[in-house]
Design a protein around this ligand. Structure first.
Ligand SMILES: Cc1cc2nc3c(=O)[nH]c(=O)nc-3n(C[C@H](O)[C@H](O)[C@H](O)COP(=O)(O)OP(=O)(O)OC[C@H]3O[C@@H](n4cnc5c(N)ncnc54)[C@H](O)[C@@H]3O)c2cc1C
Length: 393
């Protein structure tokens, strides 16, 4: 009988546990290991920061949901993975052994890589619901004495959508409060151009995002490297196409949200053969680690192999009163599907998706048949499974 551990009870880990549960044989054991009893829907964090959602509206009790599917859910968290021994060490000092391990630990937020960055420093974050609540409290204080805003992402960041979303959501919120006229806004990003999104653009995201920033009177700096941040001031180097320093900007701010770079979590970082130098899990075409063949990985914790990856990106970026949707298939260009569109419908689609996702997680579903049909109808398929020589089908 097999013992399977899924490590990380976020978006990917919860869904993979639901996918595995129906194929367990009597006597097999499926354990999901997280760090907290409740799951929160990360894409809704910007709405919490803007005060458009309360925390409990985007959270569900995972213990209850997993119990319904007979999945053992443990919340101690993992201190260290020991793949050579097929063992994980939990934070309470106990250990569990496994036959198969699926790592879904998401990113560690590397705030420490830029001086003054993050909720412990001088900028806000929307990466975790705790940060989003703090960002909302800071927004309320800011609204009493409005001033300049800086939003964006720092060098090394790989996820840019939420930075654009939050800039546009803030703009919408400030207009609602009738204080937008008192707030100069600037978007700071290491992307080589607006709308690159870490994907070399999708459809005309360059044109769409630039136009949106212009219409909302948000200035921008691309190719940016944040040197350091202090109370009320961000020092940003703008790098030229030749790689040389073009200009150093001293940006004053009364409120700022900057996305950090991601790296792998401490529990897996620095394990020879398992992770790359940034701590992301190395996987093959079937999402299996080449050195430890009983270890798989999914989600943000994986090291993306640029050329051969068949991954797709589907995104709804909400702007509060509109938004941009895009489909990139595959994620890395040139693509078979390279589509982007904007409109008010994206805002409503994102709300609908939030409700739908939380509903299916509460009810123990991963991909209901109608979702599969819809995705198929849109031409979006699961990853291509590649059979290695001598492997069972
Ligand atoms: C504000 C924001 C908005 C986003 N919007 C979108 C979007 O619209 N669409 C999209 O595709 N992506 C979006 N993303 C990216 C999004 O984070 C990921 O798509 C998704 O959450 C990644 O899922 P994951 O399972 O890899 O990681 P996560 O959902 O982050 O889950 C990782 C889990 O592992 C747990 N964990 C970590 N270390 C340990 C440990 N040692 N022991 C036990 N548990 C551990 C964490 O606590 C966490 O619960 C957004 C990201 C942010 C920050």
């Amino acid at each position: 009988m097999a013992s399977i551990i899924v490590l990380g009870a976020g978006l990917g880990g919860s869904l993979v546990a639901y996918e595995l549960a129906p194929v367990m044989r009597p006597g097999d054991q499926l354990i999901l290991i997280g760090r907290e009893p409740r799951y929160h829907f990360v894409p809704s964090n910007p709405w919490v920061a803007a005060g458009w959602r309360e925390r409990d509206e985007i959270e569900i009790d995972l213990t209850e949901a997993m119990a319904k599917k007979r999945i053992t859910y443990m919340t101690q968290g993992c201190k260290r993975v020991h793949p050579a021994e097929s063992r994980i060490e939990l934070s309470d000092g106990s250990s569990l052994t496994y036959d198969y391990l699926v790592i879904a630990t998401g990113p560690e937020l590397a705030f420490d890589e830029v001086d003054g960055l993050g909720p412990e420093g001088f900028t806000q974050s929307v990466c975790h619901v705790d940060h989003a609540e703090k960002a909302n409290a800071a927004l309320e204080v800011f609204a009493k004495t409005p001033g300049p805003i800086v939003v964006g992402a720092v060098q090394g960041a790989s996820c840019f959508g939420p930075a654009y979303e939050f800039a546009f959501i803030l703009d919408t919120e400030l207009r609602k409060r009738k204080i937008r006229d008192k707030v100069p806004m600037i978007f700071v990003t290491p992307e080589p151009y607006i709308g690159h999104l870490g994907l070399d653009g999708v459809g005309d995201t360059k044109g769409l995002m630039e136009s949106e920033l212009r219409q909302r009177h948000i200035k921008w700096i691309t190719n940016a490297k944040v040197r350091h941040i202090e109370a009320g001031k961000m020092t940003v180097d703008e790098i030229g196409e030749d790689g040389a320093l073009k200009k150093t900007h001293e940006l004053p701010f009364s409120y700022s949200m900057m996305l950090p770079a991601f790296r792998g979590v401490e529990a897996v970082r620095g394990i020879e053969g398992l992770t790359n130098p940034r701590g992301f899990i190395v996987i093959d075409k079937n999402q299996r680690n080449p050195k430890y063949s009983n270890v798989f990985a999914i989600g943000v914790c994986v090291a993306i192999a640029p050329v051969e990856a068949t991954w797709n990106a589907v995104c709804l970026a909400d702007f509060g009163d509109g938004g941009v949707a895009f489909i990139a298939e595959p994620q890395i260009p040139p693509r078979n599907v390279n589509w982007a569109a904007e409109g008010r419908w994206v805002h409503y689609a994102k709300i609908a998706f939030e409700k739908y996702f939380l509903h299916k997680l509460r009810h123990g579903e991963s991909e209901p048949f109608y979702e599969r049909w819809l995705m198929k109808g849109l031409g979006i398929h699961r990853l291509t499974m590649v059979q290695e020589k001598g492997e069972p089908q």
